[in-house]
Design a protein around this ligand. Structure first.
Ligand code: ZN
Ligand code: ZN
Length: 345
């Protein structure tokens, strides 16, 4: 077994603490990875605090992992020792269902999440740790040579915004709105702009306009105030809504053109009210989207490496994770925390 040092939540209230545990010895199709960086996702905090119910403790969060291959099993073909690799939100799936056959492993009913799930009888532990063992087909190649701390968040925030942009075939000639400029929103702006779309950031904070432009948005609209959105009615081909706080979905849907789609990525705690006419009027759609499949994640990582796209990060030692969570709740991070795994040694 592989000795591993991690940081874990032991219940839903206390600060995270050091936790020593063992990973399985790599089997013939497994890759042992020495973790370099792990991004801090809002869903880490939801699960640490058991806000989605079903959390089991100790819980080692983290699903935005970048590391180096330390060892490979005898049947591993894609990777060798020393390669830079990534691991995202899940580490296994059934491989047989319709979703898996279509390369949409994230929608497999038997998908094994990177942490807080059972793999066989063993709980999965995530990337707030020194090492991880993952079967080859769920490991991603990372060709980026630098800013690896900024590559880590691509494994969740990046793919979560990339997947809907690709599914709805967004690119040149499309007007895209991104609602909210946090971890997801800042990646949505960068990726939509890099795909050639005309990007408008919608935010309640006027102070975000400078950053929005720096990240690649062509327009900025402060959404507070009654009439802020009136002139944008029927304007957009696609809207990415990243906001997890309660907000007015009907007003947002009203900004869509004929046949256009609003995709939900944030998870507000309360169900939204939606008058049917806000969709009927222009045959609009509201959809949801969950991270992305392995092949699609590889495509996104290659695209980002070619274009030099990384997340904007603040790198922290793991010992600062609780204050990082508090700051994340206040929106006080531009735009993702990344844990430097050296701090776990
Ligand atoms: Zn995530
Ligand atoms: Zn499956």
């Amino acid at each position: 077994m592989i000795d591993t040092k991690g940081y874990a939540a032991f219940d839903q209230k206390s600060p995270l603490k050091p936790f020593a545990f063992k990973r399985r010895e790599p089997g013939e199709r497994d890759v042992l990875i020495d973790i370099l960086f792990c991004g801090v996702c809002h869903s880490d905090l939801h699960q640490v605090r058991n806000e989605w119910a079903g959390s089991t403790y100790p819980l080692v969060p983290g699903h935005e992992i970048v590391g180096r291959v330390a060892k490979v099993g005898s049947a591993v073909k894609k990777f060798k020792e020393g390669d830079t690799v990534g691991v995202g939100c899940f580490v296994d799936s059934c491989g047989k269902c319709d979703a898996c056959k279509r390369g949409l492993e994230q929608y497999c009913q038997s998908v094994v999440a990177t942490y807080n799930t059972l793999q066989g009888d063993t709980p999965t532990y995530g990337g707030y740790s020194t090492r991880i063992v993952v079967t080859e087909s769920f490991v991603l190649k990372i060709s980026a040579k630098e800013k690896l701390e900024g590559v880590a968040p691509l494994l969740c925030a990046g793919i979560t915004t990339w997947s809907p942009l690709k599914h709805w075939k967004i690119g040149k000639g499309h007007r895209v709105a991104v609602q909210g400029l946090g971890g997801l929103g800042h990646m949505a702006v960068k990726l939509a702009a890099a795909l050639g779309a005309e990007v408008t950031l919608l935010s309640t904070s006027p102070s975000k306009s400078v950053d929005a432009q720096r990240l690649g948005a062509h327009h900025f609209v402060a959404t507070r105030g009654k009439d802020a959105l009136v002139k944008l009615a029927g304007h957009f081909d696609f809207i990415i809504d990243t906001v997890s706080a309660p907000h007015d979905l009907a007003a947002l849907a009203g900004l869509l053109k004929l046949d256009a789609t609003l995709v939900l990525l944030g998870v507000p705690p309360e169900a939204a009210q939606l008058p049917a006419f806000s969709l009927i009027a222009q045959r609009r759609s509201i959809a949801g989207s969950l991270v992305g499949g392995i092949a699609e994640t590889q495509e996104m990582l290659d695209f980002c490496a070619a274009k030099g796209i990384t997340a904007d990060v603040e790198t922290i030692p793991v010992q600062q994770i609780d204050s990082a969570y508090e700051r994340m709740l206040k929106g006080d991070v531009r735009y993702r925390f990344t844990i430097d795994a050296k701090s776990l040694q």
